[in-house]
Design a protein around this ligand. Structure first.
Ligand code: FES
Length: 217
C-alpha cells in the first residue's frame, strides 16, 4: 500500500516527466512528500526512490544533506533564529536563550505538544532585520523577546495560519512553467527553444511559450 497520497503520487509523476533523467525530480518530490507529513518518513523515501529510480539510501543521503529537508520528525512550526554576525551583534543569542527558557526545549528540540522546533540558523539573508527569525522558512522579521512571545501566541492560536502553513509546505501555488515538456517531449522543447533563440526571442517569450502547457504542475 502506498504511503504517499494519490494526489502526491500523481504530482510526483508529473514532476518525473519534466526531466530527461527521472532522478532529477528527486529534490522536488522530496519537498512534496515532506509537505504531506511534515518530514520525510522512511516509507515515503522508499516510494520516492522507486519513483525516480534510485535506492532508498540515495534518497536518505540526499535528504540528509539539505537543511530544508528533515529525516526526523519536527514540530508544526520550525523556528529558526540566525546567529551569524549581524544577528549575533543585535541580540540573537539573547533571543535564543529566551526562546529555550520559554519553550523548555534546547536547540534542535521539539516541544512535547509537537508544535515548535527551535533551530539555530546560519545567515538567513535577512541581515537588515537582525536578529532575523524564520518560521517554516517564512521571514517573521526582527524580533525581541517580547515580539517572540507574541509570535508564539499567534502561532499557537492559529492566527498566522494564512501566512505560515504547517512545516513542509513550501508553496501553495503550483507551478505551470515547463509543462509543455510533457506535451512536446524534451527534444521538441529543445528544438523550440533553439528556434526562438534564432528569432531573437527574449527569455520572457520563451517562458510564455512553455506556459502554453496543459495545466498546473
Ligand atoms: S547575519 Fe543573520 S540574517 Fe544575515
Amino acid at each position: 500500500m502506498s504511503h504517499l497520497s494519490a494526489q502526491v503520487r500523481e504530482h510526483a509523476q508529473r514532476l518525473v516527466e519534466l526531466y530527461p533523467d527521472r532522478r532529477s525530480a528527486l529534490l522536488p518530490i522530496c519537498h512534496i512528500a515532506q509537505a504531506q507529513d511534515g518530514w520525510l518518513r522512511p516509507e515515503a523515501m522508499e516510494e520516492i526512490a522507486e519513483l525516480v529510480g534510485v535506492s532508498p539510501a540515495e534518497v536518505l543521503g540526499t535528504a540528509s544533506f539539505y537543511d530544508m529537508l528533515y529525516t526526523e520528525p519536527v514540530g508544526r512550526y520550525v523556528v529558526a533564529i540566525c546567529t551569524n554576525i549581524a544577528c549575533m551583534l543585535d541580540g540573537a543569542y539573547e533571543l535564543i536563550e529566551h526562546a529555550m527558557a520559554m519553550r523548555g526545549v534546547g536547540l534542535g528540540g521539539t516541544t512535547p505538544d509537537g508544535l515548535f522546533t527551535l533551530e539555530e540558523a546560519e545567515c538567513l539573508a535577512g541581515c537588515d532585520m537582525a536578529p532575523c527569525v524564520q518560521v517554516n522558512h517564512r521571514y517573521v522579521g526582527k524580533l525581541d523577546p517580547e515580539g517572540f512571545d507574541v509570535l508564539v501566541d499567534d502561532l499557537r492560536a492559529g492566527r498566522k495560519e494564512l501566512d505560515i502553513p504547517a512545516h513542509g509546505v513550501l508553496c501553495r501555488v503550483e507551478r505551470e512553467v515547463g509543462l509543455a515538456t510533457r506535451a512536446m517531449g524534451h527534444a521538441g522543447v529543445a528544438e523550440a527553444s533553439k528556434a526562438q533563440i534564432g528569432q531573437g526571442s527574449t527569455q520572457g517569450t520563451g517562458r510564455n511559450h512553455l506556459e502554453d502547457g496543459s495545466g498546473a504542475n
